[in-house]
Design a protein. Structure first.
Length: 81
């Protein structure tokens, strides 16, 4: 098996993919927030504090979810739960 050296263009393409994915992650809460009024209207909730709470819980789940899911994936792997 012959070892092929990676070209500079290959490294740049990998770097571009990582940068794109990293820059898209903070947009998650910004994409979720505009939909909160429709969700509140659907469930008949009018409290502005509750709207802020929903976005806060989403962001906290988005931040701390991987800390919970990652160890579970190490323990269970691809086993159906």
């Amino acid at each position: 098996m012959e070892y092929k050296r990676s070209t500079f263009q290959h490294y740049l393409s990998h770097l571009a993919i990582v940068l794109l994915l990293t820059s898209a992650r903070p947009l998650a809460s910004s994409m979720f927030a505009p939909g909160v009024p429709e969700v509140m209207e659907e469930f008949g909730i009018s409290s502005q504090i509750f709207a802020t709470f929903v976005v806060s819980i989403f962001v906290l789940g988005f931040a701390f979810g991987p800390l919970i899911v990652a160890p579970l994936s190490e323990v269970y792997g691809r086993v159906s739960i």
